[in-house]
Design a protein around this ligand. Structure first.
Ligand SMILES: [Zn+2]
Length: 513
């Protein structure tokens, strides 16, 4: 995710922002819900936890099961702001379950069935608690079907997260859910630690377009003044990346120069940007696939709506730009997230720099590729800002009350550059590609990244990551000569000296914040 602002003298300038988070897949065994949430079921057995185990976001997600697939059949009418439909959620019980929770904010639940049989349910806050007629055995695969309707309400003014979730627009909706806004429009295990595939069957008034992740597999079909679009994301996806952005859009479909399916969509206000967004999205996606390894999904693209959210989100296969013309840098950022954040996802929100530091570093790499400015120059420019607040916020532990702090972006990116300086270009880019490949469609942690970087470089890097990610204060730079290098047989090249580039004499335009 990326916020933006307009520089007064130059063009669009990117601002820092955004956070996403995830929690541990292993930490699903949070304490059972206590007596303040009495189970209504008469069957005996354990109760799925009301949170997935992320201590920074204790009620996000749920424990006790793992979702494998969401099938969302939804209709939305912009004039009445009414959403109605059915969510069918396929999951596996991780232990015996007498009751389990889904996250759902507002909206009226008409009925819940489990494998076709009616199930009892209760609501409490954003928790939908479901009690099957019979206990689910550990390992059981089940499908819970929730019929619901109402007026979705986005989350507003939450810390520094802005407005997110299902956001109504004049002609439809802009749906961007990081970090935990999926529950504003469908019942979910709403935490990035639980990824699943998705099908969307979206019905909207004739003349409007409904966009979701993945590819259009059927439709659009119009009957009785309504048009239905069927989209499928066949690769695992975290819930905050799911979208059903809809409205009046101009579309361009085709392929990238390397042949990947590409779709651009713009609101009427941005019609003159349609071809540019299509071309740039294709070109940048193709370039990243030469840097980070094969593109992880089946299509790419970008959607520019006219609702001003002040940020963009890296929705899987279709980044969403909220109310501004995206410049190359922000497109490069959101598309780099397809590898870092979307394919390789975090388990806990405090590892957010693994998403935002990487995507911000991709902005620097894109500028370097275009010979605008080198990553080294950007890094030096940031180092020269000795009083920057990023030195007071260690980015390796993103704080729940300030998840999208600029440090998570900029100091996160600087961490990667410091690593690149230490281990050299060849090993550094091998680390990025191996990271994307080894954890594709899954999850990873900061410790996993450090372990990989040490293994591929043959160097001990814990002190580097410690000062960059976990310590307050501006790291010493240039680094002092290190004594702890641990050459590995066959990989004992000396650390290349960073190319000395003159410090920029002015703030680089695309990076001024
Ligand atoms: Zn981002």
């Amino acid at each position: 995710m990326r916020s933006w602002s307009l520089a007064t003298t130059t063009s669009v300038t990117l601002l820092a922002l955004l956070a996403c988070s995830a929690s541990n897949g292993e930490s699903l065994s949070s304490p059972p819900v206590g007596s303040e949430h009495p189970a209504r079921s008469t069957v005996q057995g354990t109760v799925g936890a009301a949170g997935i185990g992320d201590p920074d976001f204790p009620s996000d997600g749920n424990g006790g099961y793992d979702v494998t697939h969401y099938s969302l059949k939804l209709a939305y009418t912009p004039s009445s702001k009414h959403l109605a439909g059915v969510a069918s959620i396929s999951a596996t019980a991780l232990h015996d379950l007498a009751r389990f929770n889904l996250d759902l904010s507002g909206l009226h639940v008409a009925s819940v069935t489990l494998d076709g049989a009616p199930a009892q349910f209760t609501r409490e806050g954003s928790e939908l608690m479901i009690s099957p007629a019979a206990q689910l055995a550990k390992g059981a695969k089940f499908t819970v079907r929730v019929a619901y309707s109402g007026t979705p309400k986005p989350v507003r003014g939450s810390s520094n997260l802005g407005t997110y979730g299902f956001i109504p627009t004049s002609d439809g909706a802009f749906v961007v859910c990081e970090p935990n806004g999926a529950k504003t429009w469908f019942p979910a295990n709403d935490h990035p630690a639980d990824k699943a595939t998705f099908d969307f069957e979206l019905t909207v008034p004739k003349g409007l377009t409904a966009l979701a992740n993945g590819e259009l597999v059927a439709g659009p079909v119009t009957t009785d003044g309504k048009t239905t679009f069927i989209w499928r994301e066949r690769h695992p996806m975290v819930t905050y990346l799911a979208t059903m952005t809809l409205g009046d859009f101009a579309l361009r479909t085709g392929t990238t120069p390397r042949g990947l399916a590409n779709l651009a969509a713009v609101a009427p206000k941005y019609n003159n940007q349609l071809d540019r967004v299509f071309r740039l999205s294709g070109r940048i996606t193709d370039y990243w696939s030469t840097v980070f390894g094969p593109y992880p999904f089946s299509s790419t693209g970008g959607v520019v709506d006219d609702l001003n959210t002040g940020y963009a989100l890296e929705n899987q296969t279709k980044p969403m730009y909220g109310g501004f013309i995206p410049d190359e840098s922000i497109i490069a950022h959101e598309l780099a997230h397809q590898w870092f954040g979307d394919s390789v996802s975090i388990k806990r929100w405090n590892d957010l720099w693994l998403n935002e530091g990487f995507a911000t570093y991709a902005e620097w790499l894109w500028a370097e590729h275009n010979r605008t400015i080198t990553a080294e120059q950007v890094f030096r420019g940031r180092m020269s800002m000795t009083s920057s607040p990023i030195w007071n916020y260690p980015p390796g532990k993103a704080r729940p009350d300030d998840l999208f702090n600029e440090s998570v972006y900029t100091r996160g990116a600087m961490t990667l550059h410091a690593l690149r300086q230490r281990i050299g270009d060849a090993t550094f880019f091998k680390v990025l590609r191996t990271w994307a490949q080894n954890h594709a469609y899954g999850h990873a942690t900061t410790d996993d990244f450090i372990t990989l970087a040490e293994r591929l470089s043959g160097r001990q890097l814990d002190s580097l990551f410690d000062v960059w990610l976990y310590k307050r204060g501006r790291p010493e730079w240039p680094e002092r000569p290190r004594r702890q290098t641990r050459p590995t047989p066959g990989n004992s090249r000396p650390t290349p000296t960073p190319t000395a580039s003159p410090a920029p004499t002015r703030q680089a335009g695309p990076y001024r914040r």
